[in-house]
Every structure is written in structure tokens, then in C-alpha cells.
Design a protein around this ligand. Structure first.
Ligand SMILES: Cc1ncc(COP(=O)(O)O)c(C=O)c1O
Length: 395
């Protein structure tokens, strides 16, 4: 009789399989350093891998707000929002976010991932149809899968194809179009003006994930819908608080009725402990700082333009057109070799491989922030020149 299966065996096999395909991932350990830097696996490095686009994560005003909330509210929310976890700070932040986003209401979630995983299941069911951009984030993909609606994936940013697909599904009970504002891994923007016009014509509901646009583009950093002038056309906008706002969490911005509906129907809101008040207090301050200090956005964009031009000047292919700079490396081996060669030269940039991006489109995702100085970027460019030559990408 065969012996009982060893649970370690299948884990080892799966990890070995990832290893041979160049897709095995490991965690890097960061320790705090000066602004825009950290010790990465014990090595001092300039960090060009974070989503802290405005450099707010370590901002003294946010730290002060968090400290004060810690004293008054303690460490945890103590329960789900629907039980005993809705504190004064949650409601105050929701009211401020609604004002900031120019809509009736906002509703906090514990993260962008949990928001997306819950939203589609709450909103769409059998008989409905979700139209999702081919490069939408994994959380949107997972959320769509959890709903029982038909999911139609449309080619990336292709409004004509979307129009055709929407026409073909006119018999669906409700149709939702979901797109990111600025795409997380490609750094390009959705054609929101055209998509909003199409959605209006087709009577479809528009959902925009503003994760990488909030705080970064649009008036006062209100995001991609605001930049395109289609805020009022979106049925729902999702903002995240862990990227440009430097904290943690997410929110849905929309109508008062949408907020009430989600409180009643969204499982990823109902069945989880609420965000700790200490985090919520820091988020409130972050929204204020982001709106009050347009100089942070200007610095971010100046840095992104400078680094993009420098990388292209070295001979790299850089995609997108935003603060996210995908430096194309295509295959996993060279991607991780370049990431390692950069870390050896004091620059931390993460390699992005499948399943995060489609096979053959690996890249380094380079993200300067408002905290970086011109000298930092020059140092990064020198490292990119030397590392690119060391791994054979540049001559
Ligand atoms: C487009 C998009 N939506 C949602 C999320 C998830 O947000 P969070 O990190 O708050 O879970 C991400 C995170 O990377 C993202 O890129």
C-alpha cells in the first residue's frame, strides 16, 4: 500500500515548477531609511517600487493624526462596521471623501482588493453582464468571477470593441462597464471620455477603479474621472488609500443609495472587522494634505517625466504615460536579473512577471515619487545604465 501523501511534496513540486519557469516569487525585507530610500534585504537602496506617489506615508502631519487617534481610540475597531465597528472617525472620513470626490456619499473598505472582491457580487447577478478591460487588476477579475453575472473581457482600451460587445448584450438585465483610470502595471490611461459617452448611450453603468489615479491626476488629485470631466457619469468610483494617500484602505464614491445598498449587500464589507481608527485618522489627514499641496503632484510629474526621458535616452522601452514607468524586459530571466543588478547598485525596482502581466510582457515597474530629488534620479539612471549593460539589455 502506498504511504500517506506528504503535504510537503506537492508544495515542493509547485515551487519547483515555478522556479524552472522563472516565476518563483520571494519577499524582500525593507527597513526604514531616509525619504524615498530603505534597506532592502539589508542593502541600502533608493526605492523606485512603491505606490507612495506623493511621499505621504511618512508625512509628519499624518503621523501626528495617527498618534492622536491611537491615544483616543486605541489600536483596533473592535468589530465589523455593522456591529460595533463604525466609529466617529470612519463617518468623518467618509463625509470628507464624499466632499473631496464631489459626490453624495462614500463608503470605506478595508482595502481596494476587498472592495473589488465584494462589489461585483453585490451589484451583479445572473442575467447581468460585466464588461471588463483585459488589463484590469486581479481584484477586479476575482470580483467579477465571484458575481454570477456573465463576464465579457474587452480588448485593452478598445472603445470600438466595447461598443460592439455592449450592442451584442443589449438583452442583459443590467450591463456594467469596469475599467481602471490609470492602469496599475501599464501606466496608461483609460479613454474615459469615450467610454462614459458610450456607457451613457448604451444605458450601461460605469465603474472606475481610481487606485493609481487618485491623488495623482485631475483637479486637486481627484482622479481620472475628474481629469476627463466625467465624474458625474460614473455610477461608482473606487479610490484606494494605500497608494498616493500613503495609508491603507479604500472607498467607494457614489450616491447615498449606493452606500446604503452596499452596507446591506456587500459581503466583504459586512463580514470583516472595520479599519482601525488610527489608520482612518491618518487617511483624513492625507486627503487634506493631498488637496492642499498641489506642489507634491507637480514634483511627482516632474520626476516621472525626467526619469522617463532618461530611461528612454539610455535605450530602454518605457510604456504608459503616467507616473508608472513600465520598463519592458519581456522575459522573466532578464527581468529578475536586471532587478537584482539594480539592487546591487543601490536601486530597488521590482520585476513584474506573469500572472500579474501577460506572458512575454515582463517589465520592471519603476515608480518615482514626490519624495525623490533630482540627484536620486540621476543616481538611478546611472545604475540603470550599468545594470542594463551587465545583464546584456543595453550595449
Ligand atoms: C487597480 C487596482 N485596484 C485595486 C487594488 C487593490 O488595492 P489595495 O492595495 O488597497 O488592496 C490595486 C492594488 O495594487 C490596484 O492596482
Amino acid at each position: 500500500m502506498a504511504g500517506s501523501p506528504d503535504p510537503e511534496d506537492f508544495l515542493a513540486e509547485a515551487l519547483h515548477d515555478l522556479e524552472v519557469r522563472g516565476l518563483r516569487r520571494t519577499l524582500r525585507c525593507l527597513e526604514p531609511g531616509a525619504e524615498g530610500t530603505a534597506r532592502v534585504d539589508g542593502r541600502p537602496a533608493l526605492v523606485l517600487a512603491s505606490n507612495d506617489y506623493l511621499g505621504l506615508a511618512g508625512h509628519p502631519r499624518l503621523i501626528k493624526a495617527a498618534r492622536e487617534a491611537l491615544e483616543t481610540h486605541g489600536c483596533g475597531a473592535t468589530a465589523s462596521r455593522l456591529i460595533a465597528g463604525t466609529w466617529d472617525l470612519h463617518l468623518a472620513l467618509e463625509a470628507e471623501l464624499a466632499r473631496f470626490m464631489g459626490c453624495e456619499a462614500a463608503l470605506l473598505f478595508n482595502s481596494g482588493y476587498t472592495a473589488n472582491v465584494g462589489l461585483f457580487q453585490a451589484l451583479a447577478d445572473r442575467g447581468d453582464c460585466l464588461f471588463s478591460d483585459a488589463l484590469n487588476h486581479a481584484s477586479i477579475i476575482d470580483g467579477c468571477r465571484l458575481s454570477r453575472a456573465e463576464v465579457v473581457v474587452y480588448p485593452h482600451r478598445d472603445v470600438d470593441a466595447l461598443a460592439r460587445l455592449l450592442r451584442e448584450r443589449r438583452g442583459a438585465r443590467r450591463r456594467f462597464v469596469v475599467t481602471e483610470g490609470i492602469f496599475s502595471m501599464d501606466g496608461d490611461a483609460a479613454p474615459l471620455a469615450a467610454i462614459a459617452k458610450l456607457a451613457r448611450r448604451e444605458h450601461a453603468f460605469l465603474i472606475v477603479d481610481e487606485a493609481h489615479a487618485l491623488g495623482v491626476i485631475g483637479p486637486d488629485g481627484r482622479g481620472a474621472c475628474a481629469a476627463a470631466g466625467v465624474e458625474a457619469e460614473a455610477f461608482l468610483r473606487l479610490g484606494t488609500l494605500g497608494k498616493a494617500l500613503g495609508c491603507f484602505g479604500a472607498f467607494v464614491a457614489g450616491s447615498r443609495r449606493l452606500r446604503e445598498f452596499l452596507i446591506n449587500r456587500c459581503r466583504s464589507l459586512i463580514f470583516t472587522t472595520a479599519l482601525p481608527p488610527v489608520v482612518v485618522a491618518a487617511c483624513r489627514e492625507a486627503v487634506r494634505v493631498a488637496a492642499e499641496q498641489p506642489g507634491l503632484r507637480e514634483r511627482l510629474w516632474t520626476n516621472a517625466r525626467y526619469l522617463r526621458a532618461g530611461l528612454e535616452g539610455l535605450g530602454y522601452t518605457v510604456g504608459g504615460g503616467s507616473q508608472i514607468l513600465p520598463v519592458m524586459t519581456y522575459e522573466p530571466g532578464v527581468t529578475m536579473a536586471l532587478s537584482e543588478a539594480l539592487l546591487e547598485r543601490g536601486v530597488y525596482v521590482q520585476g513584474i512577471r506573469p500572472p500579474t502581466v501577460p506572458p512575454g510582457s515582463c517589465r520592471l515597474r519603476v515608480t518615482p515619487t514626490a519624495a525623490h530629488m533630482r540627484a536620486d534620479l540621476d543616481r538611478a539612471l546611472a545604475a540603470f545604465a550599468a545594470a542594463g549593460r551587465a545583464v546584456g539589455l543595453l550595449r
